[in-house]
Design a protein around this ligand. Structure first.
Ligand code: SF4
Ligand code: MG
Length: 282
């Protein structure tokens, strides 16, 4: 055991999988937040179905394995019932841009204060290599040996259109940037999304492709919507282009909890209120 966040679970990810970078980065961020005063017992991790889902086994914080496509509603429910917690959802691209896409759109629209970290390897790794909503046109996988006939989604453009207030992108070859983005996303008040181009070395090894095209945003104002649109559209997850990494868009807005939760975080007050409502209506 290296530190208090390590667990005894045997890691079964393939050697070289981009998930290791995400795991190392988020552990480092949790430790840093703990040093700055965030009690780790106030952190909840939610994962879905896919290779990424095992991250819940590999970090010693409160966690919840949800169903396929249901990371966002599980994370949202935890946040609404206990607004004082920091809730971080981990999902795959199939799990979140496919099966659970409507939940993601509505979480962004409502601006619920959760963080979503998407292990976007652009393939279904756990089920051995089928295409997902972010696989490029003509992707050849187990379910599409002749190549897909669909164009991919640009999930960041979709998030922007859905009202997300924090949209960012990193890669599994850039752990320092991942640490910065994860921390900023967790501290952002409102819905935040980090799309991680997480390479699946076994079914879609894109390390070389990404390494040649990615660059970190420098002269970019994430609060400028038009600049964000331009950078988000620069690469459409399909055609060759430069791939911008970093914080692409940020805005502050009232959260879902700010608008609707009453009473706020005090469990005793809340329990009393629930009791009174039940007595009146049941
Ligand atoms: Fe990682 Fe791909 Fe192996 Fe899954 S199949 S553990 S995503 S390399
Ligand atoms: Mg995937």
């Amino acid at each position: 055991m290296g530190n208090k966040l390590d667990t005894y679970a045997t890691n079964t990810w393939c050697p070289g999988c981009g998930n290791f970078a995400i795991l190392a980065a988020i552990k480092s961020v949790f430790l840093s937040l703990a040093q700055e005063g965030l009690p780790l017992e106030n952190v909840v991790l939610v994962s879905g179905i896919g290779c990424h889902g095992k991250i819940a086994d590999y970090i010693n914080v409160n966690s919840f394995y949800s169903l396929h496509g249901r990371v966002v509603p599980a994370a949202s429910a935890i946040k609404i019932s206990r607004p004082g917690l920091k809730v971080i959802g981990f999902a795959g691209d199939g799990d979140c841009y496919g099966e659970g896409l409507e939940h993601l759109i509505f979480a962004a629209k409502r601006n619920i204060d959760i963080t979503m970290i998407v292990h976007n390897n652009r393939v279904y790794g756990l089920t051995t290599g089928q295409y997902t909503p972010t696989s490029p046109l003509n992707f050849k996988g187990r379910s599409t040996p002749g190549g897909t006939k669909e164009l991919p989604l640009n999930p960041l453009e979709l998030m922007l259109a859905s009202g997300a207030g924090f949209i960012s992108r990193g890669t599994s070859h850039g752990i320092e940037l991942l640490k910065r983005l994860f921390k900023e996303a967790i501290l952002h008040k409102g819905f935040s999304l980090v799309d991680v181009l997480q390479v699946c070395v076994t079914y879609y090894n894109m390390y070389e492709y990404y390494d040649k095209r990615v660059y970190e945003l420098t002269d970019h104002n994430p609060e400028d919507y038009q600049q964000a649109v331009a950078k988000i559209r620069e690469w459409d997850y399909n055609q060759d282009a430069r791939i911008a990494l970093g914080l692409l868009y940020k805005k502050q807005a009232p959260t879902f909890e700010d608008n609707f939760l009453y009473p706020p975080a005090d469990p005793a007050v809340r329990n009393d209120l629930v009791k009174r409502i039940l007595e009146k209506t049941v």
